[in-house]
Design a protein around this ligand. Sequence first.
Ligand code: GDP
Length: 372
Amino acid sequence: PDLSEGTVNEHLDELAFLAETAGALTVKRYVQALPMPDNRTYLGSGKLQEVKTFLLMNEDITAVIFDDELSPSQLKNIENELKVKIIDRTGLILIIFAMRARTAHAKTQVELAQYQYMLPRLTRMWTHLERQRGGINMRGPGEKELETDRRIIRDIIAKLKKDLEKIDRQMATQRKNRGKLVRVALVGYTNVGKSTLMNALSKSEVFAENKLFATLDTTVRKVVVRNLPFLLTDTVGFIRKLPHHLVESFKSTLDEVREADLLLHVVDISHPGFEDQIKVVESTLREIDDRDKPVIMVFNKVDAFSHVEKEADDLTPVRRENITIEDLKRTWMNKATSVFISALKKDNFDEFRDLVYSEVMKIHVTRFPYND
Ligand code: GDP
């Protein structure tokens, strides 16, 4: 993995952004280079003591967040050592998803992922469970209670899965009833501008916000570009290290992507790590769908793109030094069907619409061969 200082900083920026989205303010960062995370405590003992000392001097800090999924025992050991709440990357993403879930469908999917995450971590999740189940046991659990509780959770998981299967079937029927119209799905890393683009194309109001995961549910809109109708879907954004359970429980949401005829892969080129984000999206797509389908690369936020001139004595690695938007265009136009736009300012929007039109048309004529 790329462990340059720039990349590590970007990853921690993203983690801080996730924390902020969840309502937390981050005050300090720790980085440790280990060949392998420590089995017992993730961090080495020296680093852990360093964090502990900082916590002792700053009593108003209430949680430590890790940019990885911790094993249940690591989580417990670190918590015992640091005596504050420990949140791992998966837990943080689940908190945000739970905050964002609006519809019954999204709520069910998030709830399933939460319980699956909770099951092996039951000891520490007890208080949470207590609230959910209306106080099964007000004291700490003994082994027997824990076993009872695990069984309860397994039952809940089984029920949620069944509920989701039912929703899946309903949604599959709905999709079938939509007929033969070409289906286009917006995909991309979280916060790249998918909802903004959806609004710009369909002139409807979808919730767009500078927060991670503003969209959890798919929104499907019928869009008409120059008399050519097609269906446009906005869906949940992808992110580095997306919890596996989440991908699984969001299956019916991701079915929209799987069953799309054309993908618009939206990229935020004003983000210094956009190339890594492209890779994350492409590998997530491979995970949920192994069929190749046409993709338009939509490089968004050209208005916010600024290239950085590298200075000779600059110690901070800059990822995209001396690369202009023209360089990017040359590279990508050769590699893929690409377009550079600003969804916000509508820069280059006509070219974008033309490109979408011609790609949709290619598919449309195969479905409706006798239409003009
Ligand atoms: P999504 O998570 O991919 O759906 O992204 P959103 O559509 O919610 O947009 C995330 C943030 O990026 C919002 O604050 C948007 O206003 C902003 N945004 C979207 N498109 C552009 C653009 O072309 N230029 C700039 N500067 N900001 C944009």
